[in-house]
Design a protein around this ligand. Structure first.
Ligand SMILES: [Mn+2]
Length: 343
């Protein structure tokens, strides 16, 4: 699909199509983060206020409990594959993808060529623009920022529960307003949400000071295995094994924030956390910062993954977990040498 430049009229179009449909099916991506949960609950709460019939699906079995303070958090339905053909309501249904760079990240079974009533709201630069209506701005900090702009463009009422959900996505996707995706507009939106009644200290407590003791034990295992390497020690890696989840009692959502924590090591510019989930699946979480010889998404893409320039993810296929640290270290160094040769 052709890329297009984001245009402010897209906001109004998105608002209008949301208002036009009585029923919405919302999809968020696997391993939902604060922005996915924040945008889904914001849209859910705003839709209920308009009398819409809403369902919210994602492949996750459990969402991160951190966000359970958000209204309508409990409405999430686990769904790995959605049979669009068999959806009795498909004529009157708007399918809304939130924070999903590709539709496969949201749900299996969607086919762009079927031209369903689908709306794609996102901020990933590599978004595939797979829906009939795409409201995607790669310069936005978060999907919650996009939703706020849609709500403003369409004159929607901004209720407290909606605002707390939006603030959650802004806060988490910008690393508490610290990453380079934090723009003047992000701060202006946060300021408006605060002036409407969102309490920043309360939100920080709920989001950041909310680790369970089991999560903390899990983190301590990852910390104890950190390997720092490369020229001027700019790379760092760590690993979590399936047995770590079993032995600490941590949920798989307990890894959220761990990669950002590795980024706090002085001089480190690029990190990756390897996680072997209890299902056996092995995934990489990748972060890069200013001064890294290559970006997170650039590293993730040849592995079949994707994401943002500075935060990305990929699956690690066909590598046994015992070898994963070593293999990944080699991959990083290989990529580094390729980049330095190309310079
Ligand atoms: Mn996001």
């Amino acid at each position: 699909m052709d890329k297009k430049i984001f245009n402010n009229e897209d906001l109004l179009r998105a608002s209008e199509i949301l208002k036009a449909y009585e029923s919405w099916s919302i999809f968020t991506h696997k391993k939902a983060d604060g922005d996915a949960v924040g945008s889904a609950t914001a849209l859910y709460s705003a839709g209920l206020a308009l009398g819409k019939k809403i369902k919210w699906y994602s492949p996750d079995k459990n969402l991160p409990a951190t966000y359970s303070y958000l209204d309508n958090f409990d409405k999430h339905i686990t769904c790995d594959e959605f049979i669009f053909e068999q959806d009795a309501d498909k004529k009157n249904m708007l399918y809304v993808f939130l924070d999903c760079a590709t539709h496969e990240r949201g749900v299996k079974g969607f086919a762009p060529e079927k031209n369903l009533n689908a709306l794609n709201i996102d901020h990933h630069e590599d978004n595939g623009l797979y829906a009939r209506i795409n409201c995607v701005d790669g310069a936005a900090s978060s999907t919650c920022e996009m939703l706020f702009r849609i709500f403003k463009a369409g004159g929607w009422e901004l209720a407290q529960n909606v605002n707390e959900s939006l603030y959650t996505g802004l806060f988490t996707d910008t690393g508490s307003f610290s990453f380079s995706n934090t723009s003047p507009l992000t701060h202006e939106i946060a300021a408006e949400l605060i002036s409407l009644g969102v309490a920043p200290a309360k939100m920080t407590d709920r989001i950041s000071q909310n680790k369970t003791p089991a999560d903390f034990l899990l983190w301590s295992r990852a910390m104890s295995r950190v390997k720092i390497f490369g020229p001027e020690n700019i790379f760092a890696l760590t690993v979590l094994y399936a047995s770590d989840f079993q032995e600490t009692g941590a949920d798989t959502t307990g890894t959220e924030g761990l990669s950002s924590m590795l980024m706090t090591i002085r001089g480190v510019k690029f990190i990756s956390t390897i996680t072997e989930y209890p299902t056996g699946e092995i995934r990489l979480s990748i972060r890069s910062r200013e001064g890294s010889p290559f970006g997170a998404a650039e590293f993730a893409r040849p592995l079949g993954g994707g994401g943002h320039e500075k935060a990305a993810g990929a699956a690690l296929n066909n590598i046994p977990i015992e070898k994963a640290m070593e293999e990944l270290e080699n991959l990083i160094l290989k990529k580094y040498h390729e980049c330095s040769c190309a310079d």
